[in-house]
Design a protein around this ligand. Sequence first.
Ligand code: PLP
Length: 394
Amino acid sequence: MNQSRKAIYLDHAATTPMRTEVLESMQPYFTEFYGNPSSIHAIGRRANVALDNARRIIADLLGAASREIVFTSGGTEGDNAALRGIALARRHLMGANRIITTPIEHHAVLHTAYDLRDHFGFELTLLPVNAEGIVALRDVEAAVGNGSDVALVSTMYANNEIGTIQPLAEIGELCHHIGVPLHTDAVQAAGKLPLNVNELQVDALSVSAHKFYGPKGVGFLYLRRGTPYQPVQTGGSHEGDRRAGTENVPGIVGLAKAFALAEADRPQEAERLHLLREQLIGGILEEIAGVTLTGARTARVSNIASFIIAGVEAEGLLIGLDLAGIAAGSGSACASGSQRPSHVLEAIGIPPMEAQGALRFSLGRANQPEDISYVLETLPKIVTQIRSSAPVAL
Ligand code: PLP
């Protein structure tokens, strides 16, 4: 790597750097306003005011009511809470025993659905997806039927590996019409797509702050009023009895600040990233032979560009890119390094051998056109080098 060149970070779907404004908003809540928001004294009440403000800011941005926001430790907890909390409550209340989801969900949803099937006796229906990773409405309709046995439907908004966006509002309308709750994992969509819960007609939606320049380990679950819900984490009566545990006040203040900033920037930033992403996709497809774009061509979140590069393995590619000062990913952060082919690529019909060459670039605020030019200059050389030194039969 040229030592004078700053590293180019293109792995924003894994995590993002925290914004200075977010850090500054959080700082007083570690040392000055350190109270427990459940305490009655003034120091505690000060922290509670911060929680109320954060809840209202987030609710307003979603078109929701403050009491519909439950603070969590991030996307994984929000997904777990939505699936377990709603499925168990709906089974208890009305005997609904089936969960419907897609095979391209993040493991936070998918492994939770498997656990509910394998250890709690739920039936599981996995909806088919097409080669772009999109669910067809008629398949949702067929799977839901009259809805009487369905505990919940969970379909993610934007996919973390291939960037594909689901027709969520249409799925929402369908579920709403039949009276079945719909959860969406909006972790990759937050700050990139509008998240008005009434337009989307979702009943539960999970979000994580570290994907939009907020702190790690904090997020929220939107839970529509009236949605049956059985708390997963029990203890004190925090968060309206839906999630026990003293709230992470500085984290929640940072989450609200980061979400407000991301929403304010969203229209122009989505447009800017879209252009950079297209420059990257066009350049890679043109410059390198044997490359396939994975995911949807148009129904794609603004910042994700993902590819299969024939004849190379992602690990070598990522190391080569890293040495050249470019941080990219091979799919989801948890799948990288595990050597197991991605379940998302498998679901869209990519054979396991080919899936070894998966490469994901996810763009963010600091990226500029010259970063993309540098990638387009560097990546073909790395691919040629790997292909010539270690040919892999793919
Ligand atoms: N859902 C999706 C789509 C994600 O991309 C991630 C993180 O990569 C998660 C859930 C998990 O979120 P967290 O890291 O906050 O637990």
